[in-house]
Design a protein around this ligand. Structure first.
Ligand code: SAH
Length: 339
């Protein structure tokens, strides 16, 4: 099998090239080409022809080609469908905010977590993306738009902490100075709440932002919406979040999708506030986005506002997320596995 060199760190690439009798700077040259989006060794014109031929024999460069691009007429959001070697397809989204361009990327093809309201869970299967497949979503989108991506959120398809090793490798690659040189603080990883990985992540990448998909004020409601809660209930989850903050000193974001008649009452906000009071955190309210296979509906504007105010009155920081890309099913929870 050919080596997936785009998933390699510079050190690993150097070792591979040393084993081929090459000097270290060759690894840097190749790494830079890949970050710029080169699709093959033959594009790497500063490498000797003989080396290019040798690399063609032993290694390959992961390259995602957009199979479909949908552009929102409302806000310019762009949704990409990328076909993978496995035959599955994933989606990624390019969003323009006043503070810069963000890309929302997928970490798995499909998702095993089974959240009741999320399109990514439909089908229930998942395979992990390689670090290169995660990284190249950003590189390919930069190539397509010709614009620099300032922020990356790992909030697309999949549960990043269910693909922990490749997620960490991806972060090291995108952060590498010789690569995209992205600041760790410009990256946000969102999890449904896999506690052991929350703790590990705080130690491994204390500067990366952490978001937790909470969506409920108590176990009873959370169990109904998110099967993971049965394994990692809320009390332990919130304790893990406190520990994360102790290690990192960073504010956690809690995502709360508001679902009509399920989790959108003022009493729910008050119950949530009691649990979050005193934590270094921020709640992001997201009116549920429609997923055609699901019967859940979005909370109405008025209950969102009442909920927001109830949290605020109890001293919990809260914002209502501006939804981009709903007309192309590119908003939170609307991304799905393609075949
Ligand atoms: N698996 C990770 C990463 C996905 S992030 C996680 O659960 O955090 C995508 C976010 O959108 C999550 O907070 C998810 O719960 C939320 N979401 C899922 N379906 C949604 C929907 N229909 N409307 C709004 N948000 C949704």
């Amino acid at each position: 099998m050919k080596a997936d060199i785009k998933s390699m760190t510079i050190e690993e690439l150097s070792q591979l090239l040393a084993a081929m009798g090459q000097q270290k700077y060759r690894a840097l040259q190749i790494f830079r080409w890949m970050a710029k989006g080169a699709a093959g060794f033959d594009e790497m014109t500063n490498l000797p022809q003989k080396l290019r031929a040798e690399l063609n024999e032993t290694a390959y460069i992961e390259k995602l080609k957009p199979e479909k691009i949908q552009v929102s007429k409302k806000d310019g959001t762009r949704k990409y469908l990328f076909r993978l070697k496995s035959g599955n397809a994933i989606e990624s989204v390019f969003l323009k905010y006043h503070y810069g361009n963000s890309v929302c990327i997928s970490s798995q093809a499909g998702c095993r977590m089974g959240c009741a309201f999320c399109a990514s869970a439909i089908g229930g299967r998942a395979h992990n993306l390689s670090a290169a497949e995660i990284l190249d979503q950003v590189i390919s989108i930069q190539q397509d738009t010709g614009e620099k991506v300032g922020n990356v959120v790992v909030m697309g398809i999949g549960e990043p902490f269910d693909n922990y090793d490749n997620l960490c490798r991806f972060i090291s690659l995108i952060h590498a100075e010789e690569g995209l040189n992205m600041s760790l603080r410009a990256i946000t990883v969102s999890t449904c709440g896999i506690i052991p990985k929350i703790e590990a992540f705080g130690r491994d990448f204390p500067q990366v932002n952490l978001a937790i998909s909470l969506h409920a004020p108590n176990d009873e409601i959370r169990n109904r919406l998110m099967p993971i809660n049965k394994k990692y209930p809320m009390k332990e989850l919130l304790e893990a979040c406190e520990k994360h903050t102790e290690i990192t000193g960073r504010r956690i974001t809690f995502e709360y999708s508001m679902i009509r008649g399920i989790n959108d009452e003022k009493a729910h906000a008050e119950e949530l506030a009691t649990k979050l009071q005193g934590m270094l955190c921020h709640v992001n309210l997201i009116p549920l986005n429609p997923v055609s296979e699901r019967e859940y509906e979005a909370a109405d504007r008025k209950s969102v506002e009442v909920f927001r105010k109830a949290l605020e009155d109890k001293g919990v920081q809260v914002t209502v997320r501006r939804e981009l890309g709903t007309d192309i099913d590119g908003a939170c929870g609307q991304l799905r596995l393609g075949f």
